[in-house]
Design a protein around this ligand. Structure first.
Ligand code: APR
Ligand code: PHB
Length: 396
């Protein structure tokens, strides 16, 4: 078969790209190696920047997001036994974030794709990418024991950190940058009301904690844990006890606990691969970069990448002459400017909020001084707010 764009990976990046291209009249197919239920079973962060909600609106999937998503005009920094509010709206000139789970974003995108009768091949195995350094790229895959080939104009590699797209690029053409942090996050999802209306990022001598939510009746909490820790070592009671120890006393007292409905440990990593385009193959989302979850930039970066890519491809198909390739030529550099700023912010916020065993009491005191500075300096708080609500998209 032949399509204009073959999208490898049916996570949020691949599905959002499919929908943005559809709205622009560009034909695409999505190849996903897992089943739909498996993709929807993954629990990820849930804080959307306005740039992301605007793209979801453009993709025609904003309805449930706007009716069920929670508008957050601020969040709290916890340290020294108290919590201090960062007023995002005032500090960022009227912006906010939306709390709406990544799983729900993906579900809405999948439903919109199905409603339009657009093709997603789930359980597409042994996907391989060919000839993307020519004008006639091809993608091969197997489904139910049969081999298939797709001829296309472009390939979008939206297949996450472990995907085949980045791995298909010749090693010498790729530069990678990485930092692995010496701890993980133990997360618990529970059907209990959130301890606060807004998110709380807490710095504590025992380690970081985060109070987040999915709705008024479903909470998501995290505590920093050792990299080699195991979920089986944490009973629900042990988790709640540890979380309480890391929160201000009045919050710890208010915390409503209950049985966990999901419990998992995630490592923290910063990673960037450059460039993000090789001939007619584009990398987008986790296929090109990973950020630690402090600040919730992962999904937002995936969305801005595919926003740029949809714009570049729309200009290509609508235009004529050599000028129509301008967006394609600028895709990688334009994405990477925003990616590196989010990598910088996530690294900084991670460094500020977590316990780093090797820095000891000195490190803890310096963090507390910076947190105290942040809540008393309008300049410092403005920088935090501006990055948290998300930096604007650029023109080429
Ligand atoms: N062939 C086809 N599909 C693949 C392949 C492959 N070889 N390898 C991986 N995939 C699929 C995965 O099964 C997954 O569904 O690609 C999809 C990639 O989705 P994500 O990992 O969610 O990445 P992305 O869509 O870029 O979303 C970024 O997800 O990981 C979080 O923090 C991250 O929030 C961010 C967001
Ligand atoms: C989450 O709700 O899972 C979440 C929220 C904010 C973060 C990270 C994760 O920074």
């Amino acid at each position: 078969m032949r399509v204009q764009v073959a999208i490898v990976g049916g996570g949020p990046a691949g599905h959002l790209l499919g929908q943005l291209l559809y709205k622009a009249g560009i034909e695409a197919i999505v190849l996903e190696q897992r089943s739909q239920d498996y993709v929807l079973g993954r629990i990820r962060a849930g804080v959307l920047e306005q740039v992301t909600t605007d793209l979801l609106d453009q993709a025609g999937v904003g309805e449930r997001l706007h009716s069920e998503g929670l508008v957050h005009n601020g969040f709290a920094l916890g340290f020294g036994g108290a919590s201090h509010r960062i007023d995002l709206q005032t500090l960022s000139g009227g912006k906010h974030v939306m709390v709406y789970g990544q799983t729900e974003v993906t579900r809405d995108l999948m439903a919109a794709r199905a409603a339009e009768g657009l093709q997603t091949i789930y359980e597409a195995h042994n996907v391989s990418l060919h000839d993307f350094d020519s004008e006639r790229p091809r993608v091969r895959y197997e489904k139910d024991g049969q081999s298939h080939e797709i001829q296309c104009d472009f390939i979008a590699g939206c297949d996450g950190y472990h995907g085949v797209s980045r791995a298909s690029v010749p090693a010498g053409a790729l530069q990678t940058y990485e930092r692995v942090y010496p701890f993980g996050w133990l997360g618990v999802l529970s059907d209990t009301p959130p301890v606060s209306d807004e998110l709380i990022y807490a710095n504590h001598a025992r380690g970081f904690a985060l109070c987040s939510m999915r709705s008024h009746t479903r909470s998501r909490y995290y505590v920093q844990c050792a990299l080699d820790d195991k979920v089986e070592h944490w009973s629900d009671d042990a988790f709640w006890d540890e979380l309480r120890r890391r929160l201000a006393p009045e919050l710890a007292e208010r915390l409503v606990t209950g049985p966990s409905i999901e419990k998992s440990i995630a490592p923290l990593r910063s990673f960037v691969a450059e460039p993000m385009r090789f001939g007619r193959l584009f990398l987008a989302g986790d296929a090109a970069h990973i950020v630690p979850p402090t600040g919730a930039k992962g999904l937002n970066l995936a969305a801005s990448d595919v926003g740029y890519l949809a714009r570049a491809l729309t200009e290509f198909y609508a235009g004529s002459g050599p000028g129509r390739s301008a967006g394609i030529d600028h895709y990688s550099a334009t994405c990477l400017r925003r990616v590196w700023k989010a990598v910088r912010f996530s690294w900084w916020f991670t460094s500020l909020m977590h316990k780093f065993p090797e820095t000891g009491g000195f490190g803890q005191k310096v963090q507390e001084a910076e947190l105290d500075y942040l809540i008393h300096s309008q300049a410092a708080a403005t920088s935090l707010a501006e990055n948290y609500v998300g930096l604007p998209l650029e023109s080429w």
